[in-house]
Design a protein around this ligand. Structure first.
Ligand SMILES: Nc1ncnc2c1ncn2[C@@H]1O[C@H](COP(=O)(O)OP(=O)(O)OP(=O)(O)O)[C@@H](O)[C@H]1O
Ligand SMILES: [Mg+2]
Length: 375
């Protein structure tokens, strides 16, 4: 393919994405402009293409034009159906039976998640856009859904980002803790799993989030009971079933700190086949996490955020959240004692940083990088 055509296709794709972004933010007029230019550029690329590729590119033009028509108010195809109340009551009751709290649509948004741009892009492309633009994604043969495994060091925002996904797609967040599902009693573990998936379909759109998946489905060779084996078989079945029914509006996301301890059968195609590494925050993300957390405190001085970010290499987002809370607590205690309130300053935060160790070390990062390079 000539460079010129390739450049045009790339440009059109970027414009299309910019349009999608504007549309998402409710800026229909801007979105319309982007779609129209994307269409023109793609049309030029199509016209410059050899005949065997021309048809394909013209099809893409037609799709962009559809997006243009959609924002022009011709029709939309991503409204979430309204659930009827009976289904919700039944779904919540099933979850209660298996010790899972009533699922809500979380308040956390993508804006609250600092850094992790690659992770966000991957999630946008694989979950959020395909869900919001269902028809468009089908026309590009983009597979919708699929199980996703997030892995990485503790406290880096895995649970947090899944909540943000649920918020973005307006799905209920079903938080599954392995200990509530598991049971040694004959048949109970399998039954619990069936109840969970039945509840999710009643409550859809929903995200089933399996935290600490390595505890629920550990590698089979590690002394598993019969109950555990049957439960895992059931889970594999259900996950495979959901992933093959693309219209169910149920996403399955799992998280772990120890991906190497997860049963490999769980990671095969059709199950948790999208694996995403969630790294510790870099310096820019750390700065933002400090800003986000200190913004929750009314009494804040003129804090040097760059310095705080520099001083916290190896600290996770959860560490930083803890540091901010501790600094505020210290100043609060001081105010109680002295009877004088004062703002939290840079040095208060630095003092706390000096008193706690970072939770992420080089050795651990090496382990993830080795794991990730195997696929
Ligand atoms: N990238 C981030 N941006 C903003 N806040 C973050 C980020 N990472 C972590 N945090 C903060 O740390 C808290 C803990 O993060 P979270 O529970 O999502 O970590 P996790 O990766 O799920 O950890 P674990 O592996 O221990 O379950 C969050 O509630 C959030 O306040
Ligand atoms: Mg977590």
């Amino acid at each position: 393919m000539s460079d010129d055509v390739q450049n045009k296709i790339e440009k059109a794709t970027k414009l299309l994405h910019a349009g999608i972004k504007e549309e998402e933010n409710g800026h229909k007029d801007k979105a319309k402009e982007y779609y129209l230019v994307a269409y023109r550029v793609m049309l030029e690329a199509a016209n410059d293409s050899p005949s065997d590729l021309k048809k394909k590119r013209l099809d893409q033009c037609a799709l962009i034009l559809n997006a243009y028509k959609r924002v022009s108010g011709e029709r939309t195809d991503f409204t979430v159906k309204k659930q009827n109340d009976d289904e919700i009551v039944e779904g919540e009751a099933l979850l209660e039976e298996i010790g899972i709290e009533k699922p809500e649509i979380p308040k956390v948004t993508f804006e609250d998640v600092a850094g992790l741009d690659d992770v966000k892009n991957e999630i946008l492309g694989k979950i959020i856009y395909p869900m919001k633009f269902k028809e468009l994604s089908q026309e590009y043969n983009i597979q919708f859904g699929g199980g996703m495994l997030l892995y990485g060091p503790p406290g880096t925002g895995k649970t947090f980002i899944v909540k943000a996904i649920a918020n973005e797609v307006k799905a209920r967040f079903i938080n599954v803790n392995p200990s509530t599902l598991y049971s040694e009693w004959f048949g109970v573990f399998e039954k619990n799993i069936s109840k969970l998936f039945r509840a999710a379909s009643l409550l859809s759109p929903a995200i089933i989030f399996f935290d600490e998946i390595d505890a629920l489905v550990p590698k089979r060779d590690t002394s598993n009971s019969d109950a555990a084996k049957r439960g895992v078989a059931q889970l594999l079945n259900e996950v495979g079933g959901i992933n093959s029914q693309k219209n169910k509006n149920i996403f399955i996301i799992a998280a772990t700190n120890n991906p190497w301890e997860v049963d490999e059968a769980m990671l095969r195609p059709g199950r948790f086949d999208i694996k995403i590494y969630v790294p510790p925050p870099d310096i820019v993300a750390r700065k933002k996490i400090f800003q986000l957390n200190l913004a929750k405190i009314k009494q804040v001085g003129n804090v040097d955020y760059d310095l705080l970010a520099e001083e916290t290499e190896g600290y996770s987002g959860a560490d930083i959240e803890f540091i901010c809370k501790k600094a505020a607590q210290n100043v609060f205690m001081e105010a109680v004692k002295t009877g004088k309130s004062r703002p939290v300053e840079t040095r208060d935060v630095i003092d706390v940083i000096g008193s706690i160790k970072p939770s992420i070390d080089y050795e651990l990062l090496e382990k993830y990088s080795k794991y990730g390079s195997a696929f």
